[in-house]
Design a binder for this molecule. Structure first.
Ligand code: SF4
Ligand code: SF4
Length: 343
C-alpha cells in the first residue's frame, strides 16, 4: 500500500498513536562541536518539521538500542533490582545503511551465543523500522561498495516531498496505523547506485597474513590520537566495558549499580588485562585490528562486511584519517601481491 500524507495528516498520526514513540534524526540547536553549530542526532519526533532529511546524524541510531551508558543491575544491600522494562513501541526512521547496521548488531547481540543479550533484545523487540529514502548519498558514504545501498527489511519506507510524505507500507502493523489516513498514490523507492567515495574491498581469501605486519599501519601510529570518535560514531562498533559503581559512604557499602558503557578498540585501556598486560599499544595496530574486524573477521563469520559504509568515522576523525582510504590501501596491497610473482 502506498500513501501520500500531507504534513498535518502526518502530524496527526504522530499525536494520536498511543503507546508509540517516533524517533529519527533531529536538530539540536547550538549543541554541535562549536557553540554556533547544531548537532544532528537521533531523538523524538513530534512533528514533520522535527525530521532532518538533509544531514547525516553524528551518532547513529545505535545509541537507542545500545545506550552509551546502560544500567544492568542495582544492588541494594541484600537484593538485586533489574531496571524497569518499558513497553512503548519505538518507530525508528533511518537510512538503508543504518538498517543494515542494526542487522549487524542483531547478529552480535542476538545470534552470537547460546542466548540473546536480554537488554538488547528487550529494546530490539519494540522497534519498527521505517526506511528514509536516500537516493542521493552524502559525500563520504560508500554504501554501494559495502552492498548496503539497498534494503528490504523494513516495515515502511518514506520519501519527503514538498507537501508531506510518501509512504510505502510493507507490514500489517503500519497498515493498521495508517488505515484511513492520506490518499492512495504510486511511487517507486530509489536507492543510490553510486557514491562519491570510491571504495574497493578485497576478498577475504586474498587477505594474507603479511598484511597484519605491513608498514602501512605505521602511518596510523603517527596520526591517530586514540580519541575513539571513529568507534563511538560507528553504527556497528559494539564493544562495551562493565563497571560497578558504589553509592555508599564507605568502601564496605553494598549499595551499587552495575552498568555497561561504550568502549572502543582505538581507546587507551581497551586491551588492559589483569597483571598489567595490554595489547595493541600502538595506534597503528588498533587501526589494523578495527580494519580487519570490519572487513575480514566479521565477514568470515557472518558472510557480510561489518562496516556498512556510512562514512561517519571519516566525517568525525579530528586527524582526517579516512577509513575508506584505509580499505583501499589494503586492497592495493592485495592487488600488488597478486601481480608480484613469488620469489
Ligand atoms: S564507515 Fe566507518 S562508521 Fe560507518 S560502518 Fe564503516 S567503520 Fe563504521
Ligand atoms: S577518530 Fe581518528 S584520531 Fe580518533 S581514534 Fe579514530 S582514527 Fe584515531
Amino acid at each position: 500500500m502506498k500513501k501520500l500524507l500531507q504534513k498535518d495528516e502526518f502530524d496527526a498520526l504522530l499525536s494520536t498513536s498511543s503507546g508509540v514513540q517516533f524517533l529519527g534524526p533531529v536538530r539540536l540547536k547550538g549543541r554541535g562541536r562549536f557553540s554556533d553549530t547544531d548537532l544532528i542526532k537521533y531523538g523524538q519526533i513530534k512533528s514533520f518539521t522535527d525530521i532532518v532529511w538533509d544531514s547525516k546524524t553524528y551518532l547513529s541510531a545505535k545509541e537507542l538500542i545500545l545506550p552509551i551508558t546502560e544500567t544492568l543491575l542495582d544492588f541494594t544491600g541484600t537484593t538485586v533490582v533489574q531496571p524497569p522494562v518499558e513497553d512503548a513501541i519505538l518507530v525508528l526512521f533511518l537510512r538503508a545503511c543504518d538498517i543494515h547496521a542494526i542487522e549487524r548488531l542483531d547478529a552480535i547481540f542476538l545470534n552470537n551465543g547460546p542466548s540473546p543479550d536480554p537488554y538488547y533484545k528487550q529494546k530490539r523487540d519494540r522497534f519498527k523500522l521505517v526506511l528514509m529514502e536516500c537516493a542521493v548519498p552524502f559525500d563520504s558514504c560508500f554504501c554501494v561498495a559495502m552492498g548496503t545501498n539497498t534494503v528490504s527489511n523494513f516495515g515502511a519506507a518514506v520519501r519527503c516531498i514538498e507537501d508531506g510524505i510518501l509512504i510505502d507500507i510493507r507490514d500489517e502493523w503500519f497498515t493498521s496505523q495508517i488505515a484511513g489516513s492520506g490518499t492512495d498514490t504510486e511511487f517507486e523507492l530509489q536507492f543510490p547506485q553510486q557514491n562519491g567515495a570510491d571504495v574497493h574491498v578485497p576478498h577475504i581469501k586474498e587477505m594474507q597474513e603479511q598484511l597484519f605486519t605491513h608498514e602501512m599501519w605505521d602511518e596510523y601510529s603517527k596520526r591517530c590520537i586514540a580519541c575513539g570518535r571513529c568507534n563511538t560514531s560507528c553504527p556497528t562498533c559494539s564493544c562495551f566495558s562493565v563497571h560497578d559503581i558504589s553509592y555508599g559512604h564507605d568502601s564496605n557499602s553494598k549499595i551499587a549499580r552495575r552498568q555497561r558503557v561504550w568502549d572502543g578498540c582505538h581507546l587507551d585501556g581497551f586491551t588492559d588485562m589483569a597483571g598489567g598486560a595490554a595489547f595493541r599499544i600502538e595506534c597503528g595496530s588498533r587501526m589494523r585490528f578495527k580494519t580487519f574486524h570490519k572487513i575480514y573477521d566479521y565477514r568470515k563469520r557472518y558472510g557480510v562486511n561489518m562496516c556498512v559504509g556510512c562514512g561517519r568515522c571519516d566525517d568525525v576523525c579530528p586527524e582526517y584519517i579516512s577509513f575508506a582510504n584505509c580499505i583501499n590501501k589494503v586492497n592495493d596491497l592485495v592487488n600488488e601481491s597478486r601481480s608480484t610473482p613469488d620469489e
